[in-house]
Design a protein around this ligand. Structure first.
Ligand code: NG6
Ligand code: CA
Length: 520
């Protein structure tokens, strides 16, 4: 007791001596959904299913109408979220194959390293899809290094790639969990032997058929991208992933309830193969895609319940977001297109996953910090890429100039403070570094296609490539669905946005305070 008084007294003294408030250290949980569109949850307008837990989060927090991820595919968004740098600046930042080496180099500043330095216990639980291991790729039977632990996470419990890619095993810290050395795990791009059963040779045995790609090694009745053998004791069932993420997250929260913690909860819902737990199957009229949304909502509810039970809700900033917009048929015949009915996965927007139309990157985005964030709606422009600089600001840390090159401190906007502004512009991209960009500045949106092709403009159809002009301009205020290209009519605005976008790409950074020329 006396020690506590002394501590309080000393803290008070420090406060007066420096004239500064202490750094705030709320726990931080970032819940990132996978392939969840703007219109996929009921608090963003969905009527064909209900997401009561996500809705509650929104009701108790801030619901953003201009909340974005930075890319319309998984790997680049996750790369930018963690590093605070646009993925088009990096190497190998496109959708990662099963044997991809670690994409983020050890020593890179990340959301996790920033918070770790700020005294947080840090964990990532769920889908990784940012590569593991050195140049040669993951050593599946050995030490999976580097990975999350080399860029600021104290601990990790992962699905190494994405579940439509091999292998179906968990990675705990540097190892495949439950791997029997007598049954080594092999992962490769070619059929390991002529008799190896695949989605092509054993199609009639599958419990869910594929529609394109996804016809290599079969596990749990589902054929995947890539081949693998062995590691049988380590393999999981698709149906159990969500339960496992929740179990491991509750464990982590309980262990660290007395100190500040950062949890990156990287859900695999609602990515393909959509195979929710039996208790969620058939819960919606939308097929397994809808049922997976309900499963995701359940996960959010379990995390909230845990915060309530441990009385942490008033001391925890929760951010809910998605890694890219929606897709219906992403390679499996799970009925998503046939059962869509009135549901509009991208809400009022065009495009979805793989696209730089708004549907590709504008997603549900909610912040909740009970007692601190005034519940409501915010139209400020914020992006997952801004969490690095914003959380650095929250924990009163200065970012080294050569790090987090495109992350803006929008902390005030994330917390809904009076008159606080979000970004004034945002670059969107689709995948890797292939010359497809968009730039939003206020109500204006420029699209740029160096290869002049665009994929999947209407999410309700199967993916297709369309030829498009190199530049298009849209006015989001009166044309949110980006239907009418006004680039010729608004030639001056088009020219100015083209110049601004080229400048951001060329300068190699856009964060105020990041010095130029330091990256090689
Ligand atoms: C594509 C896959 C798609 C999905 C995507 C990555 C095919 C035909 N398509 O190449 O199914 O896995 O990659 O999705 O194989 S993401 O959300 O992880 O970026
Ligand atoms: Ca995704």
């Amino acid at each position: 007791m006396r020690r506590r008084f002394l501590l309080l007294f000393l803290t008070g003294l420090l406060f007066f001596a420096t004239g500064h408030a202490q750094a705030e250290q709320p726990n931080v949980i970032v819940i990132m959904a996978d392939d969840l569109g703007y219109g996929d949850v009921s608090c963003y307008g969905a009527t064909e299913l209900k997401t009561p837990h996500i809705d509650r989060l929104a009701a108790e927090g801030l619901r953003f109408t201009s909340g974005y991820c930075s890319a319309s595919t998984c790997t680049p968004t996750r790369y930018s979220f963690l590093t605070g740098t646009y993925a088009f600046r990096g190497e190998r930042t496109g959708i990662a194959p099963p044997n991809a080496p670690a994409i983020i180099k050890p020593g890179t500043e990340t959301v996790a390293s920033i918070l770790k330095r700020g005294g947080y216990a840090t964990a990532v639980i769920g889908k990784w899809h940012l590569g593991l291991g050195g140049k040669g790729g993951p050593d599946w039977n050995g030490s999976l290094k580097p990975g999350p632990l080399e860029i600021g996470f104290d601990t990790c419990f992962l699905l190494p790639t994405t579940n439509d890619r091999v292998p179906q095993v968990y990675v705990q810290n540097h190892r495949v969990l439950n791997l029997d050395p007598a049954d080594p795990l092999w992962v490769g791009e070619k059929k390991p032997n002529p008799d190896h059963p695949t989605g092509l040779t054993h199609r009639d045995t599958l419990k869910m058929d594929w529609s394109h790609g996804h016809n290599s090694t079969i596990h749990n009745g589902i054929s995947r991208i890539g081949f693998y053998t062995g590691g049988h004791a380590a393999r999981f069932r698709d149906e159990d992933l969500a339960d496992k993420w929740v179990e491991k997250s509750i464990e982590f929260i309980e262990q660290h309830k007395a100190e500040p913690f950062f949890l990156f909860f990287a859900s695999h819902d609602i990515h393909v193969p959509r195979m929710p737990h039996g208790r969620f199957q058939g819960k919606t009229s939308l097929g397994f895609r809808g049922d997976s949304i309900v499963q995701l909502d359940w996960c959010v509810g379990e995390l909230m319940k845990t915060l309530d039970r441990l009385q942490l809700a008033e001391n925890t900033l929760v951010v809910f977001c998605s890694d890219n917009g929606p897709v219906l048929d992403d390679g499996y015949k799970d009925g998503a297109i046939e059962k869509i009915g009135k549901h509009r996965a991208a809400g009022p927007y065009s495009g979805g996953k793989y696209s730089v139309y708004e549907g590709g990157t504008r997603t549900p985005f909610i912040t909740r910090w009970k007692g601190r964030i005034q519940p409501g709606q915010s139209d400020e422009l914020v992006c997952t890429i801004d969490l690095a600089a914003s959380l650095a600001a929250l924990t009163k840390q200065t970012l080294p100039p050569e790090s987090c090159l495109d992350s803006f401190n929008v902390l005030g906007a994330l917390l809904g403070e009076d008159n606080a502004k979000g970004r004034d512009h945002l670059v969107q991209q689709n995948n890797g570094n292939n010359g497809t960009y968009a730039l939003r500045v206020g109500e204006w949106k420029l699209q740029r296609y160096d290869k002049q092709t665009a994929r999947n403009i209407v999410v309700e159809r199967q993916l297709e490539n369309t030829t498009v002009p190199q530049f298009q301009l849209f006015n989001l205020a009166n044309d949110p669905a980006e239907k009418t290209d006004v680039s010729e009519k608004q030639a001056e605005i088009t020219a100015s946005l083209k110049k601004q976008l080229a400048g951001i790409i060329e300068q190699g950074r856009s964060r105020p305070g990041a010095e130029r020329g330091l990256r090689k």
